[in-house]
Design a protein around this ligand. Sequence first.
Ligand code: FAD
Ligand code: FES
Length: 276
Amino acid sequence: MTTCGCAHHTPPRVLENVTVVANDRVAQGVGLVTFDSPRIARDIQPGQFVHLRIAQGVDYLLRRPFSIYRAHAGRLEILYQVVGRGTRDLALATPGTEMDMVGPLGCGWRIADSTTHALLVSGGLGAAPLGMLAEELAERGIAVTVAMGAPCGERLVGRDLFERVARRVEIATDDGSCGTAGFVTGVCGEMVAEGGYDAVYTCGPEPMQRIVAAQAAEAEVACQVSLERLMACGIGVCLSCVVETKCGLRRACVDGPVFYAKEVVWDSAHDVTCER
Ligand SMILES: Cc1cc2nc3c(=O)[nH]c(=O)nc-3n(C[C@H](O)[C@H](O)[C@H](O)COP(=O)(O)OP(=O)(O)OC[C@H]3O[C@@H](n4cnc5c(N)ncnc54)[C@H](O)[C@@H]3O)c2cc1C
Ligand code: FES
């Protein structure tokens, strides 16, 4: 069945004042910030995101969307890559800094009751929405295997968490400085072909996700992808975040960011029946 949207219950969103508890560099150009955020941390589900107001002023009229890497004990962890003004300011935030965030937002990863062994495929900062998922799968007794890639070993993120919860972690780096030399899609293609998985979850650059989706389709394994779009409102109003699906245009902020790969229009070669 295809719905191209959010078919499961999502918790109501709230506006919460949050406080930075820790903020550390964890890889080249990447930080991990921990917020005290009891309300959102309690309700957020793997694959959902928050909309963060990093500071006040005209540069921050629009909040920035971030996935939740981990949520535990009233705290939220966000992995962030420094790319512009907002993330530069986020990197400078010291413990005690107050911000506000809206969340939980969007539709996260679906975990079918029948899942026994999941393959998670992460490219670069694609680890951000996969950390919480890996922990949730492991807690439910579902076997987790991870394929993770990055340009070089210094830019690998999430390895500690994945190695803690997964039964197997395979690494690929473009320059060969860690794990197999080459793109993670090479490693993933071999793993999917080996068989044994009943779910594939992926996040990373969109061309990578598209290849992983094709590999999973070839092996007839259900695949979910997390798609990033520019998001102005984050609540389904502005239409800045549309994704083309087999059922028409969908808003990544409310119908996604997680979609079934077979529902996304990667090219015109697919054909599924849409029900909505
Ligand atoms: C659902 C979702 C989850 C995300 N999760 C994470 C995460 O966990 N960690 C992380 O580091 N980043 C994440 N992003 C991307 C993050 O929102 C942007 O990198 C951030 O807003 C950039 O803010 P800035 O002020 O530093 O950059 P700006 O100065 O605003 O922009 C700098 C660059 O970032 C790009 N950018 C700006 N906003 C977005 C956006 N919404 N999506 C993609 N690119 C953008 C711009 O096109 C520009 O190239 C996510 C985006 C979405 C939509
Ligand atoms: S960000 Fe406004 S509709 Fe999605």
